[in-house]
Design a protein around this ligand. Sequence first.
Ligand code: ZN
Length: 189
Amino acid sequence: MTRARRHASALAEPIDPRLRACDQPGCVGEGLFRAPKARDRLTDYFWFCLEHVRAYNAAWDYYRGMSSHEIERQVRNDTVWQRPSWPFSANGKRVRADDVVFEDPFEVFGENAPGPKPDSRLRELPPEEREALAILDLPPEVTLEELKTRYKILVKRHHPDANGGDRQAEERLKAINRAYSTLRKRLAA
Ligand SMILES: [Zn+2]
């Protein structure tokens, strides 16, 4: 079943094209965070909720040597991952559509972005930096200035005050803060 169809059957209403479901089967979270599909396909992404982008990054070494097809099958079949006991599915609450689309005024992150594409550097990064990049949806070659710009946008968007004190927003903000401090330390070094 495609993501679009899963959405359609769950909502029985037209799909907002800006909404993206988590690629983990059975997950009702929004695909807010991206992760490359394979070592040889670093510009082709899964989109996961926070829990599942973490699980995917944690399993990254497990996928070493697998073809992208094998990895995709593993993810879709849910044979590798622990199913997390996470809060998102409890109330089935959905993330607002405008939460999903990140602003990108400089077009540095999009598919048509100029400059270097994600490359083998991503393979060599420590897991916590890879996870941080995924959470902030940044390429490995991000600059300190770009990092700060992105962080400001995400903090504004995910701040609990802007989300009615939503617990999910609080969790996302914590993860964003951690990711930011991890990357800032590396880029400022
Ligand atoms: Zn998920």
